[in-house]
Design a protein around this ligand. Structure first.
Ligand SMILES: [Zn+2]
Length: 105
């Protein structure tokens, strides 16, 4: 079962971004990782290159790195709390629901 989907809002519960919230922009199901907007930014040191047009690229850039699913918790839209996600079959389809307020999402 996929606990977190794209466009979910999640709260980071461990690591250096613990306590922050962000929107999921990408899910990597095979790695159990998600990319979250503004979370887990890493500084990348690249050699400075000169492009054909004469501009420069490289140097120190910031980028987001995927974070492991176990380090985030989805935030329920109806109760606004970080929650665990349950799964049940509704009308023949698998639905995710909030374990705190029972709302489906
Ligand atoms: Zn809820």
């Amino acid at each position: 079962m996929q606990r977190v989907k794209r466009n979910d809002t999640v709260k980071v519960i461990s690591g250096k971004d613990a306590g922050k919230q962000g929107r999921v922009v990408h899910v990597y199901p095979r790695e159990n990782r998600v990319m979250v907007e503004g979370i887990n930014r890493v500084t990348k040191h690249d050699r400075v290159r000169t492009t054909r047009r004469g501009g420069q690229e490289g140097g120190i850039t910031k980028m987001e790195a995927p974070i492991h699913l176990s380090n985030v918790m989805p935030i329920c839209e109806s109760c606004g709390e970080p929650t665990r996600v349950g799964s049940r079959i509704v009308a023949g389809k698998r639905a995710r629901y909030c374990r705190k307020c029972d709302a489906e999402f």
